[in-house]
Design a protein around this ligand. Sequence first.
Ligand SMILES: Nc1ncnc2c1ncn2[C@@H]1O[C@H](COP(=O)(O)OP(=O)(O)O)[C@@H](O)[C@H]1O
Ligand SMILES: [Mg+2]
Length: 257
Amino acid sequence: MKKSKAVEINNIGMTYHSLEGETQALQDISFDIHSGEIVVLVGPSGCGKSTLLSIISGLIKPSTGRVLINGRKVEGTSKDIGYMFQRDHLFEWRTILENVMIGLEIQNKLNGKTRAFAQGLLDTYGLGEFKHHYPRQLSGGMRQRAALIRTLAVQPEILLMDEPFSALDYQTRLAIADEIGIILKKEGKTALMVTHDIAEAISMADRVVVMTKRPGMIKNIHRIELSCEERSPLKSREAPEFRIYFNRIWKELDVHV
Ligand SMILES: Nc1ncnc2c1ncn2[C@@H]1O[C@H](COP(=O)(O)OP(=O)(O)O)[C@@H](O)[C@H]1O
Ligand SMILES: [Mg+2]
């Protein structure tokens, strides 16, 4: 079966112009993301990872190149794309349920069917009992899960996640990365995630894209193939090949070479 290309990133370059001068953030970035694939982007701080996500989402326009989503050129923001950030951005004065419904409200899509879909996600992913709680009553991991459900509620085709777990402590981070990795696969989502944690990248990715330091270019792309029975993020870490990928990517990211 030939997989369809959900995202095509073609020769993207980005130079920021400001009062201090020009900053070239990205240079000639090209790769595709297939439908249902999870691609994880790693690279040194400031190499343009967030910039690339903003370009794909249509929030900013690239200086060169173009991005296609399902064959159509990105020319502004679109409902096909869901964005998840480092902080969960839940509204403290709204309950979890009200938070989860907000995207549907904004898009004018709140009806019996979409409401049931969102409630179903809350139930399936362990937040059903907490839907009338306020964000402050939830743990960091649960909040991030609620943020994901809010993003999924509008049924975006593609998810962009910018260091979504970096505000969490290590234990929570392992658990929530595992849960979210499983949710993305179960819901068949196409996702591009940024992380600075190499192990997290390998554990969640179908492919890991390694970027150079600024201006960010593609250094290498690794297809992650692990011989473990169940390919969940936590189980992946036990695969014998895991360490080999880790060492390779670690070397490619080494700032001293
Ligand atoms: N709005 C902006 N104006 C000027 N320079 C920017 C802007 N946003 C980001 N940059 C610069 O572009 C480079 C890449 O930034 P960013 O995409 O945030 O990198 P990363 O997410 O990989 O850490 C950095 O040098 C940053 O300072
Ligand atoms: Mg960033």
